[in-house]
Design a protein around this ligand. Structure first.
Ligand code: BGC
Length: 780
């Protein structure tokens, strides 16, 4: 009896104790903060992994807590009703573990096309739909924040993460990101726009210093983020690993408070990239609210910082508040009962459709495509080991990948069998050969790919003389975070690929048969030296789990390609404006090339392109450089053929108080139903500072137009969109004078033009935060 009474008292006491604590609600955040101890506050701003060991804290995000395979969780404080929330990657779909111990259910997620592929659609509506589908998977699998999209500028074709990103152009990147964010967040879950900022190389990513002018920052490397923030207000932003002009991105109040919050009006939370940054107290002071995935050392640095007076408790409170504001928005806080049953079937259909829409047809001589015959000879190991997406945090645990071979067969195409059998055997033995090396490889590193058939000549001759009426050759390139690509055997063809293409085209052309190349690639590669050998080239990027089906839909003409390049394909690697300021020939352990040791001697700017990278090309990135220099390229920015022909006419420009409404009529003058993209570029005729000869200002995809059909396309731009960042005035400036607005279907072919006059100068002063520390941009 006595025991029962004691028990009752203890329970009542415990209940009263909880009741006496404020419990988190959206309205009492300040009260909860007041009730928190310093230790609780420090815990809350450091993710829940909390191991005092950088290596053990995970190289790429993986947690077994709450939702296995997610990238991390925040720290729960039950006494105040603060739950842990779950964050998971990434840009091509949700990344969680597909299986759980002792559980028969599977947790696969839809593998959508990668970022560069999505952006190639130039179709904000379809991107929104992809975002919405991913958002549903995030919500129904119990995740609160998706760690995507990645919006960094494709400064160089060798960046190992280009596949996750959208474009070399900040407008296309920013708008695509906004559409994705709005789609995901329409489900009441969050996103994390990443990696903020100037993170365009992977080698030595934890310590590389990106050194650039304020103008390049404002016009190129921040502009993408600015557009996305203003058009979608993401729940969170992830800071990048690198330094910018000598300051670590996650420790720079200029970037995080002045520019992001004060200037752009960002209202959400800022988190680090995984184990990013060096000084947790400095991160808190800078407005980087959450350290992920969380190390004990960070927790301690924050507690010690406040105790010693080095870190103001008010700064910590500001971060705590933002974490709590995020927590109360989440489905987990709101008690949402997730089903673990997202609509994977509908999403598989969507990914098949969007992948076909984003493919870019670079060449199609004499209407080689769509295929006239259903009997083909399929070449290339890649066709049997198709690449759905890149490696690293951007990978998705998808239920399956439709290889090119299976896609073709499944869609009524027959393959020349002896060749098919030969390739299957070859792939099997390659998988066996590579298995031991693959077993030693970390899961987030780019894949070891099967080589080409050795001595293929007899097979090629036989196939050319068979009843196969066309040759399809598939070539692939994989890449991953933490590594950049190479020029040899990567940007360029490998010698055995080149030999294969040469021999296939010789033997097939001899007998009057055509050759089609499918490029299953992560980023641009060299094409100019070999394209004349073949009849058609289709870039299918990394098309997600339905890849083989989507390519078949295009080859068979069920869909016309309508993708446009979001980045230039140069003729030679050395034509790229950043080529000499980018790591080259760095071996696979490039990740650890840095000479600097932050803990004992501070940052040493020592090895060029490794410890620091000079953005000497300034604002002249991609087409901004090629077009201004009138330099030849293999395929220009914005380029992509369809199976039809289009014309544009009737350009009109209507001026309003805020800007311009530009319209034209687009007509499908061929007879194949297709979509087309109208691109609007501006040029200032007599600029007072150097300006690129053209800059993308807007774009719009038409609906599907049948032969003979036309549509009126309207693009609205603001007057401010024509501004340039003026370093002397430390302001965005709209200069008086004449500007040409040009319309076309790619950046090199702009048939319609109208002149406008800006009669009133506008100056919009902004902060000079983030200027190079020593006044000198580059350390040579
Ligand atoms: C990547 C991030 C990713 C994080 C969590 C990091 O290695 O840079 O993009 O969100 O891991 O997986």
């Amino acid at each position: 009896m006595r025991k029962i009474v004691i028990c009752c008292f203890a329970t009542i006491f415990a209940v009263l104790a909880v009741v006496a604590q404020p419990q988190l609600t959206p309205k009492n955040i300040d009260k909860v903060i007041k009730a928190m101890t310093l230790e609780e506050k420090a815990h809350l701003v450091v993710g829940a992994r909390l191991k005092d060991n950088r290596a053990a804290a995970g190289e790429v995000g993986y947690t077994s807590k709450i939702i296995p395979g997610a990238a991390g969780t925040t720290y729960p404080i039950p006494r105040l009703g603060i739950p842990a929330i779950v964050v998971a990657d990434g840009p091509a779909g949700l990344r969680i573990a597909p299986k759980r111990k002792g559980d028969l259910q599977t947790y696969y997620c839809t593998g959508f096309p990668v970022g560069i592929h999505l952006a190639s659609t130039w179709n904000d509506e379809i991107i929104y739909n992809v975002g919405s589908a991913i958002g549903q998977e995030v919500k129904e699998y119990g995740v609160d924040v998706l760690l995507a999209p990645g919006v960094n500028i494709m400064r160089n074709p060798l960046c190992g993460r280009n596949f996750e990103y959208y474009s070399e152009d900040p407008l296309l990147a920013g708008k695509t990101a906004a559409a994705m964010i709005n789609g995901v967040e329409s489900h009441g879950v969050g996103t994390s726009l990443k990696h903020f900022a100037v993170n365009s190389q992977e080698i030595n990513r934890l310590a590389n210093d990106s050194r650039l002018s304020l103008r390049a920052l404002r016009e190129i490397y921040l502009r993408n983020f600015e557009i996305a923030v203003k058009e979608s207000q993401p729940w969170t932003i992830m800071t990048s690993y690198n330094y910018i002009n000598g300051r670590h991105a996650s420790e720079d109040p200029g970037l995080l408070e002045i520019i992001l919050r004060d200037e752009w009006g960002f209202e959400g939370l800022v988190m680090t990239d995984w184990n990013g940054g060096y000084d947790a107290a400095a991160q808190v002071a800078a407005g980087n609210d959450l350290m992920m995935p969380g190390q004990y050392a960070q927790y301690k640095a924050i507690v010690d910082g406040v105790t010693s007076g080095k870190l103001a408790e008010a700064d910590l409170d500001r971060c705590v508040k933002r974490v709590l504001e995020l927590v109360v928005r989440t489905p987990r806080f709101q008690g949402y009962k997730f089903s673990n049953k997202p609509d994977l079937e509908a999403h598989a259909k969507l990914t098949r459709e969007v992948a076909a829409e984003g493919m870019v047809l670079l060449k199609n001589d004499n209407l080689t495509l769509p295929l006239k015959s259903r009997k083909i000879a399929l070449f290339g190991s890649n066709a049997y080991n198709f690449i759905a997406g890149g490696a690293g945090s951007g990978n998705v645990n998808r239920p399956y990948v439709v290889d090119l071979r299976d896609g073709l067969l499944g869609n009524g195409i027959s393959l020349y069998e002896p060749l098919d059998t030969r390739y299957q055997k070859h792939i099997e033995s390659e998988h066996k050969r590579l298995a031991p090396q693959k077993a030693l490889r970390k899961w987030y590193v780019y894949d070891l790919r099967p080589t080409e058939l050795q001595r293929p000549h007899a097979h090629i001759i036989e196939a050319a003389q068979s009843d196969a009426e066309v040759a399809v050759v598939s070539i692939g390139r994989h890449s991953s975070e933490a590594f950049d690509r190479h020029v040899e055997r990567d940007f360029l063809l490998c010698p055995d690929e080149e030999a294969l293409l040469t021999a296939v085209s010789r033997e097939f052309h001899k007998v009057g048969k055509k050759v089609v190349v499918i490029l299953n690639i992560c980023s641009p590669m060299e094409i100019a030296s070999w394209r004349d050998k073949v009849d058609a080239v289709l870039v299918c990027w990394m098309p997600g789990q339905e890849g083989g089906n989507s390519v078949s839909d295009v080859l068979l003409g069920k869909v016309s390609p309508s993708g446009k390049l979001p980045t230039t394909f140069p003729i030679n690697y050395d034509d790229v404006s950043s080529a000499k300021n980018f790591p080259r020939n760095v071996p696979e352990n490039g990740l650890n090339q840095s000479r600097f040791n932050i803990s004992t001697v501070g940052k040493i700017y020592d090895v060029k392109n490794i410890d620091y990278t000079n953005y000497e090309e300034d604002i002249y990135v991609g087409y901004r450089d090629f077009a201004t220099r009138k330099a030849e390229v293999a395929y220009p920015f914005g380029f992509g053929l369809t199976y039809s022909q289009f014309e544009m006419s009737d350009m009109k420009v209507e001026e309003s108080r805020d800007g311009f409404k530009v319209s034209c009529v687009v007509k499908n003058v061929g007879n194949f139903p297709a979509k087309q993209v109208v691109q609007l570029y501006s040029s200032e005729l007599a600029p007072e500072v150097d300006r690129p000869s053209i800059e993308l200002r807007g774009y719009k995809k038409t609906p599907l137009l049948k032969g003979g059909e036309s549509a009126v396309v309207e693009i609205v731009i603001g007057r401010c969109d024509l501004m340039t960042y003026n370093e002397k005035a430390a302001a965005w400036k709209l200069t008086k004078g004449d500007y040409d607005l040009s319309l076309g279907f790619d950046s090199q072919n702009l048939p319609l033009k109208q002149r406008i006059t800006i009669s009133k100068e506008v100056l919009k002063p902004v902060s000079t935060a983030m200027a190079p520390e020593k006044g000198d941009v580059f350390i040579k």
